[in-house]
Design a protein around this ligand. Structure first.
Ligand SMILES: *[C@@H]1O[C@H](CO)[C@@H](O)[C@H](O)[C@H]1NC(C)=O
Ligand SMILES: *[C@@H]1O[C@H](CO)[C@@H](O)[C@H](O)[C@H]1NC(C)=O
Ligand SMILES: *[C@@H]1O[C@H](CO)[C@@H](O)[C@H](O)[C@H]1NC(C)=O
Ligand SMILES: *[C@@H]1O[C@H](CO)[C@@H](O)[C@H](O)[C@H]1NC(C)=O
Ligand SMILES: *[C@@H]1O[C@H](CO)[C@@H](O)[C@H](O)[C@H]1NC(C)=O
Length: 300
């Protein structure tokens, strides 16, 4: 056993050791790789939080080895050329250099796992990796970004049959629209009711402002209806709210959000109504509304 241990052990040369130091707050030394190119030997050192406070992207340093004298490490500034075209990038805090892998065929791969891009107010954190050439140039960058879906016509169908939920539904929609960062140019909101008598409100374009929508959605006169006619509501929204005359735009993705509190009284019509929506390319989402634990009408 002793012999075996001796065989797998290794020695550290404490006399001729090299020390590379950098700021702890930059996580200097988080990753380390030995590396060699035409110029000689290096140690690559990742520092994922370098660039405080403004341009905290992280980066990789090259530290020369075996040049006789002790030379300082040099930051490679890889984040500058680590880029995906045609997207709004968030490189701040992307922790570039948190992953560092040398390529046996030359060059190395460095990644920033917290790289993000932006669509409207939303951030999508995808991470990014850069292929770096033996001469320390970024050859190309890879990240699974997708084009932002900037054009969307959204129609919200509200089940007006139960007035208990009205305030929380209104608050919920207010929150939803604000968070989605919907601007008048990007959306139109129509409001055909799925109550027994479907009331058709103003054209889409008139409903394009959240505030206006909310003011109108508080129309107490229409609140209570005897029956929940969800299928009728969906069908009316499909036929009328998505009309170009009402502000719908040709070639723009159609989305319908259905807010309802329960069983509809015209279930038998649903299969046909859904099929018609499919035929018109309308993507549907439904939100179920129920009483909260205290029966206070909060959304659950
Ligand atoms: C650092 O950030 C400032 C603005 O925040 C910018 O003008 C500058 O180009 C950035 N520097 C680098 C090296 O990215
Ligand atoms: C970034 O790319 C440009 C154009 O290829 C190149 O001239 C420049 O040296 C690169 N900068 C860094 C820091 O790699
Ligand atoms: C980026 O957008 C421009 C203009 O819209 C386009 O010409 C170019 O081909 C796009 N580049 C990529 C890589 O998609
Ligand atoms: C980056 O991190 C700093 C410190 O945690 C934070 O203040 C800043 O808002 C972050 N920036 C982004 C774009 O997330
Ligand atoms: C909705 O109407 C109620 C009274 O019916 C009122 O108290 C409330 O402030 C109104 N909400 C909005 C957003 O106008």
């Amino acid at each position: 056993t002793v012999v075996l241990r001796l065989c797998v052990a290794f020695n550290v040369d404490v006399k001729n050791s090299l020390t590379f130091s950098g700021p702890v707050e930059d996580l200097f030394g988080y990753t380390v790789q030995q590396y060699e190119n035409e110029e000689g030997k290096w140690v690559l050192i990742g520092s994922p939080l370098v660039g405080q406070p403004k341009n905290r992207t992280g980066d990789v340093y090259k530290c020369p080895v075996g040049r006789g004298e002790a030379l300082p490490c040099v930051k490679l500034d890889l984040p500058v050329n680590t880029s995906i075209p045609n997207v709004t990038e968030v490189k701040e805090n992307m922790t570039f250099g948190a992953t560092l892998v040398t390529n046996p065929k030359g060059g190395f791969l460095a990644c920033g796992p917290l790289y993000a891009y932006r669509c409207g107010h939303l951030h999508y954190t995808t991470g990014i990796c850069s292929d770096v050439s033996p001469s320390f140039q970024v050859v190309n960058s890879i990240a699974p970004v997708q084009e932002c879906g900037t054009q969307l016509d959204i129609v919200i169908v509200l089940d007006g049959s139960n007035s208990i939920y009205w305030d929380s539904v209104t608050a919920f929609l207010n929150n939803l629209l604000a968070r989605a960062g919907l601007t008048p140019r990007q959306t139109g909101v129509g409001r055909p009711r799925s109550s027994a008598a479907v009331t058709q409100s103003s054209p889409l374009s008139v409903w394009s402002q959240t505030e206006h929508f909310l003011r109108n959605s508080n129309n107490t006169g229409e609140k209570a209806a005897a029956k929940t006619m969800t299928a009728l509501g969906i069908d009316t929204a499909r036929k009328e709210a998505f009309m170009e005359a009402r502000g719908a735009r040709r070639g723009v993705k159609k989305v319908m959000v259905i807010v309802t509190d329960g069983e509809s009284h015209d279930n038998h019509r649903l299969p046909q109504v859904i099929q018609d929506c499919e035929g018109d390319g309308i993507q549907r989402f439904s939100i179920a509304v129920g009483t909260g634990p205290c029966g206070d009408g909060t959304l659950s």
